[in-house]
Design a protein around this ligand. Structure first.
Ligand code: NAP
Length: 536
């Protein structure tokens, strides 16, 4: 029995948090700080979420570390020193562990435990949660800190199980170092994970064959130590730095210009793109305000990147194969170190599997429609069942025993990305319908956790036991999310934003475009007495 303000609650925990990544860690800290009894369940044997699982060579963040870090604790953000502009996976994992220790979070985190299901008990207004370890616990609030890219996608290649060599997925990489020396390696996919790992695998492997279905845009990271004066400058005004970033549409310091690409001459645009290419990183997004909305403007930036590829890659046929034909940023832009140049190596081959699709994995390699490739290792850089996969794989049952999976059979529907009709007291952090993957994830996570914490505090303070989105509010929000994305180039290619990478997944644009307006909307909802929610 846990004590809650104004009432005795017959629950094992006030809140169960699913997932021990950055969202889960901060949820625990925040809710426990409000006096709640909290239990975090984490499937891995350590904390860190994305940075626990994605240990592939070259894995690193593509948002500058001074931004991709928590801001809830001033001492933490002042004292933590990032070694590089874009921290590698190992350092991000160390950071997650540091946070777990620093705030004494571990006693309330149960590792090696996957939440398998949760059922809402309508009579008692609580969640009954079950886990892979046989736990059956109750909690008033259920917080899904399950990550947007946490369920790996392994395509159903015939013969994969019979491959005699080693198989890896970038999103579930072994803890032990993997040595590719002396091996013929095949990498399937050319998304961010592939683009980061390919240059390093190529340095070890006897031969690397990259199987590319869709070429992607990548800009150089120009990674390295963060100059001391930059660290001093940001730390000297951290709160203002964060506030300025949060006020942008994508929630990151991408030096946005407010003018239109087509207002400028070709030479001016070229100079702008070149400046951003030399600076490196995703601030390329900020070049002009209309890159996402005007296909003609977008193509000027796309053509700039294609010219760069043709300059870097010496074999013109390979360069052409690497040139993306989709609009720039329609899939998330990648940030690389030496990716295109890797194709100048004599031990690297690029195979177009759009022209000749993969038909099977054989015991000794990979077969496409027109050739066989002998391989010792296969690296599946084939992405994730993004945003909804982890949520719908759990047996979550709301009012009337209806499952979340069935409720979302035609695509995820919710209010503010936070709350689903029929699933009271369940909160989703950075899920579909929220800005999440179109932003710097850390501020997005913190904004959600703060909103959820404040909401629970409000409910407890008012003796309320239940919150649920209303159907009209949910309908209106889903329409708004779609209407915001529709006029942009974002829904125009087969991205995981749309679920288009998973056969049979409904094609719905999932994230919400616009961090600052989203935060304003969340605040407005509260100011209007939790407008769009039913409280009981
Ligand atoms: P991804 O972007 O979904 O890329 C998967 C790749 O696998 C694509 O090239 C895809 O081709 C290919 N593929 C999938 N199924 C295939 C099949 N049956 N046959 C041939 N090719 C197939 O996945 P990801 O690279 O893991 O990245 C996912 C997201 O994670 C990124 O967009 C990013 O948001 C995040 N991420 C971030 C970082 C970072 O911060 N630095 C690093 C890695 C990942 P198609 O494009 O044709 O579908």
């Amino acid at each position: 029995m846990t004590e809650t303000k104004g009432q005795m609650s017959a629950t094992d925990f006030d809140a169960v948090v699913v997932g021990g990544g950055f969202a889960g860690l901060y949820s625990l800290h925040k809710l426990r700080g409000q006096g709640l009894k909290v239990r975090v369940y984490e499937a891995g044997d350590g904390v860190g979420g994305t940075w626990f699982w994605n240990r592939y060579p070259g894995a690193r963040v593509d948002i500058q570390s001074l931004e991709y870090s928590y801001q809830f604790d001033e001492d933490l953000q002042q004292q933590w020193e990032w070694s590089e502009r874009y921290a590698p996976q190992s350092e991000l994992l160390t950071y997650a562990n540091h946070v777990a220790d620093r705030f004494n979070l571990r006693p309330d985190i149960q590792l090696n435990t996957r939440v398998t299901g949760a059922t809402y008990d309508e009579a008692a207004d609580l969640w009954q949660v079950s886990t892979s370890q046989g736990d059956k616990v109750t909690a008033r609030w259920l917080v899904m800190a399950t990550g947007c890219l946490s369920s790996t996608n392994t395509p159903d290649f015939p013969g994969l199980a019979d491959f005699k060599g080693r198989t890896f997925h970038t999103g579930a990489w072994p803890k032990e170092p993997v040595d590719f020396s002396g091996r013929r390696v095949g990498v399937i996919g050319t998304g961010s994970s592939a683009i980061q790992s390919i240059p390093l695998i190529a340095q070890q492997a006897t031969h690397l064959t990259v199987f590319q279905r869709t070429a992607n845009y990548s800009v150089p990271a120009h990674n390295g130590p963060i100059p001391e004066d930059v660290v001093r400058d940001v730390k000297g005004r951290y709160a203002d730095f964060r506030a300025a970033n949060n006020a942008t549409s994508l929630g990151a310091d991408w030096d946005y210009r407010a003018d239109l690409a087509m207002e400028h001459t070709e030479a001016e645009r070229e100079a702008e793109y070149e400046m951003r290419w030399q600076r490196g990183g995703l601030s390329f997004y900020g070049s002009y305000v209309d890159l996402l909305s005007d296909p003609v403007a977008n193509n000027t930036a796309a053509e700039f990147v294609r010219r760069k590829i043709r300059q870097i890659v010496k074999d013109p046929a390979v360069a052409e194969r690497l040139c993306p034909t989709t609009p720039l940023a329609c899939k998330r832009i990648c940030v690389d170190t030496g990716y295109y140049d890797t194709y100048n190596r004599s031990n690297v081959t690029l195979v177009d599997v759009k022209a000749a699709p993969i038909t099977a994995i054989t015991p000794t390699g990979l077969r496409t429609a027109d050739a066989d490739y002998e391989l010792d290792d296969i690296v599946l850089a084939t992405g994730f069942d993004a945003m909804t996969g982890t949520l719908t794989r759990m047996d979550i049952r709301g009012v009337g025993g209806v499952t979340l999976k069935d409720t979302w059979a035609e695509g995820p529907k919710n209010y503010l990305g936070l709350s689903v009709v029929g699933f009271p007291n369940l909160f989703i952090i950075a899920g579909p319908g929220s800005p999440s993957v179109l932003t710097n994830m850390l501020p997005s996570i913190e904004q959600h956790v703060n909103w959820i914490g404040d909401t629970i505090s409000y409910l407890r303070g008012h003796g309320l036991k239940r919150i649920e989105a209303t159907a009209p509010a949910q309908e209106a929000w889903v329409s708004h999310v779609n209407e915001t994305a529709a006029p942009t180039i974002l829904p125009t290619c087969n991205s995981w934003y749309l679920g288009a990478n998973i056969p049979g997944k409904p094609r719905v644009f999932m994230p919400y475009l616009g961090f600052a307006p989203y935060v304003a909307k969340c605040e407005e909802v509260v100011a209007n007495g939790y407008e769009g929610f039913a409280l009981a």
